[in-house]
Design a protein around this ligand. Structure first.
Ligand code: DGJ
Length: 731
């Protein structure tokens, strides 16, 4: 299953729906020949297409003047030997100063399942039949380097993963200047648009499509984090592709630091699509004998539109990326005090919020920022992780015990990756932050970034956080990170290694998270970076929930959750009911709409519940019960996007259980339209031949709901909404 390789080195990787083909050219290049819908027999050698004006498309091999890299589709392109499109590998040989590298096919091996990526998060297998892995070795004889291209085929998930590694067999160090995880060339095919998810703080994951033209396009982060600005994902889609139909070729990178995704079209309409570590924020001294492994890219092809792509990512990330006891467990309804109090709270207030939250049906109380050191503003105390006894005289243990007595889990906010310049920790260890000697240390939100490239710092944080969890009975950690990296240097490393620090920082973060999640498997970790500043598959490997955005307004969330769902399942998206007027945008959506927006993801509450009216309390308590009753559907069902809020005056999505027996339709009005009529919405993905009972008492067949459509009552006011629960009549 999954991989066929013949004696002449033709490789056919296939899932149930997809084929991926490669072959080795006579000169030893690894040539990409096809990726797309599953096909039977690969055409062999068909990529070969000699160009006429050879001098401007130079020939890498003296033996065959007809070969040019301008037309050859390549799996692992280098720079400097006539491949003028963007490279996947660049190396400096310090002995000669040369940048030339020539990776030639050496051998291959096929292994069951999937070897883990040392030190990096990655999709995993649960048993040998889950997947098969092809490892192709390329060698540069002169440099004495071997390159390993890994391809894992998850047949049932319809996914192929790729990553790259390099080992130095020479006697001296070399410098890796660039190493991408995945390159795919589409030969003579530029009939695509590029889809990506861009944004900013508080408005993450806006989908955008651009025509390719005849040039290069970069989607990138150089911020030391995957970023609010661009998600580590790109897709090529056909111009006619929509949510429901059409071809999509996509790459998602399992990495949380700076990344580059690039699409370029050359003069022969060869389209090159790539993703990996950002070379501007990376270089690596690879010493004799050492191995370097680049992060993993996840490749999804769908011929059933963008929803088809999303369903594959959701399924894989829920089942083979998230880990630990929370992977399949119902996620608790949480109540968080941040927007209720900000820094201004005391023990009494926290206990009142806990008590009121428990009455509303919350199952987890999260004490957010401000509980430690002298933290009454964001200017101080990061690093001083001891409780502020002026605010909380009986300490955290007392609060945690109180939560547990009320039947709530107890959660705590931390921002371990940061250090405030006025903190005790900084006074003791002024070199424990990322910095470049003699240079100004740039602040962001008044704080510096702790140097996680140092093992001592990682160990210190592991001990500190472990003690806090153990001593206080902590069940949940909100792992925040509120600024991007500057002066990415560390005095713990040599001058030659300063280009490594940004990546070493991420490796240190992963190592710390790995140790903590192993030591405390029962603790639920939710990551956050001012909302979605690091909403990426790398973080998901350690933290099976992520705070989607600091924008808590339901209308903004409609767009943010819509875009985020392109790659990530609603299960992993934190979504909270907050106060009106909304604190970020001063909008006032109804309580119903705020609740429904949160219920369509991972439901939480983040407002001063002690100030709610009796009716409001009753409503939230009632909706919490509804959520609990249908939690498996809401959290674990498959979400499909139906009506696009960037195009329509409303946004609609449906969540359907795997057996198609239950579903929930969420419809959110944006600005109400005067003198408008009721508008149906044509549902999708239901069982056409089953009768469904609707929560308004009506009954319709799936085909009726999908063709005639579901009647949506007229919504009179801005930001109104409606939810329908559907149950198959045969139960
Ligand atoms: C940024 C987060 O996104 C917020 O939810 C909150 O935890 C603050 N940090 C606290 O400083």
């Amino acid at each position: 299953m999954g991989i066929i390789a013949d004696k002449t080195f033709h490789f056919h990787l296939f899932t149930e729906e997809t084929s991926y083909l490669m072959e080795v050219s006579g000169s030893g290049d690894l040539v990409h020949t096809y990726w797309g819908k599953r096909i039977h027999s690969p055409p062999q050698g068909a990529w070969f297409n000699p160009v006429e004006v050879a001098s401007f498309s130079p020939n890498p091999y003296a033996s065959d003047k007809r070969i040019s890299y301008d037309t050859m589709p390549r799996e692992f392109p280098d720079f400097g030997r006539s491949d003028y499109s963007s490279s996947a590998i660049e190396i400096t040989d310090p002995e000669s100063g040369s940048h030339i590298v020539n990776p030639i096919f050496k051998s291959y091996t096929i292994v069951p399942a999937k070897p883990p990526l040392s030190g990096l998060p990655a999709v995993y297998t649960e048993n040998d039949s889950d997947a098969q892995t092809l490892i192709i070795t390329l060698k540069d004889e002169k440099l004495n380097l071997e390159f390993y291209l890994y391809y894992t085929v998850f047949s049932d998930f319809n996914v192929i993963t790729r990553h790259t590694a390099v080992r130095n067999f020479s006697k001296h160090s070399i410098r890796i200047e660039k190493i991408l995880s995945c390159t795919i060339d589409f030969l003579s095919d530029a009939n695509f648009e590029m889809l990506h998810l861009h944004g900013a703080y508080s408005r993450e994951c806006r989908p955008a499509r651009i025509s390719l033209g005849s040039c290069s396009h970069r989607v990138e982060s150089r911020r030391g984090a995957s970023s609010h600005e661009q998600n580590p994902f790109i897709a090529l889609v056909r111009p006619e592709t929509n949510q429901f139909s059409g071809e999509v070729y996509s790459m998602s990178l399992i990495y949380s630091g700076s990344f580059l995704a690039e699409v370029s079209v050359n003069c022969y309409e060869k389209t090159r699509m790539q993703i990996g570590l950002h070379p501007d924020d990376f270089s690596w001294e690879l010493k004799s004998g050492e191995l370097f492994t680049a992060p993993e890219a996840v490749l999804v092809f769908s011929e059933s539109g963008i929803n088809g792509m999303s369903a594959k990512y959701h399924s894989l990330y829920k089942n083979r990326l998230c880990r630990g006891p929370w992977k399949h467990a119902p996620r608790p309804i949480l109540i968080n005090n941040w927007e209720a109090t900000y820094f201004d709270f005391d023990e009494n207030k926290i206990i009142q919020l806990m008590d009121a939250g428990a009455e509303l049906g919350a199952e987890l109380f999260v004490l957010d920022d401000g509980w430690f050191g002298e933290r009454n503003s964001d200017a101080v105390s990061l690093g001083d992780w001891t409780v502020n006894t002026e605010k909380l005289p009986h300490g955290l243990r007392d609060l945690s015990d109180h939560a547990h007595e009320r039947g709530l889990l107890f959660g705590l906010w931390m921002e371990p990756e940061m250090i405030s310049p006025g903190s005790r920790l900084y006074a003791e260890h002024p070199d424990w932050c990322l910095h470049a000697p003699g240079r100004h240390r740039s602040l962001g939100r008044n704080q510096l970034v702790i140097d996680l490239s140092r093992k001592t710092v990682e160990n210190y944080l592991f001990d500190t956080i472990s003690a806090i969890i153990k001593e206080n009975g902590v069940d949940y950690i909100k792992w925040d990170m509120n600024r991007n990296i500057t002066e990415a240097g560390s005095t713990a490393y040599s001058c030659n290694q300063q280009g490594e620090i940004s990546h070493r920082y991420i490796l240190g973060l992963y190592s710390l998270l790995d140790r903590l999640t192993r030591a405390f498997p029962e603790v639920l970790f939710e990551s956050c970076a001012g909302g979605g500043g690091r909403f990426d598959p790398g973080m998901l490997f350690y933290t099976p929930q992520i705070w989607t955005s600091d924008a808590t307004d339901a209308h903004e969330r409609l767009k943010i959750q819509w875009g985020t769902s392109f790659i990530y399942p609603q299960l992993v998206m934190g979504a909270h009911v907050s106060a009106i007027p909304n604190h970020q945008i001063h909008r006032a959506a109804s309580l119903d709409t705020r609740v429904r927006m949160s219920m369509s993801a991972n439901f939480g509450i983040e407002l001063d519940v002690t100030k709610l009216t009796v009716e409001e309390k009753e409503k939230i308590a009632h909706e919490s019960e509804v959520y609990k009753e249908h939690r498996l559907l809401f959290q674990y069902g498959q979400l499909y996007r139906i009506e696009d809020p960037f195009v329509s005056d409303r946004g609609v999505w449906i969540i359907i259980s795997e057996d198609l027996k239950t579903a929930a339709v969420f419809c959110f009005q944006q600005l109400a339209v005067p003198n408008s009529l009721e508008k149906r919405v044509r549902l999708r993905y239901l069982d056409p031949d089953s009768e469904y009972l609707l929560s308004d008492g009506k009954r319709y067949y799936g085909d009726t709901l999908m063709n005639y459509g579901l009647e949506i009552p007229k919504m009179e006011s801005d930001f109104d909404s409606v939810i329908f629960l559907l149950k198959r009549a045969d139960g």
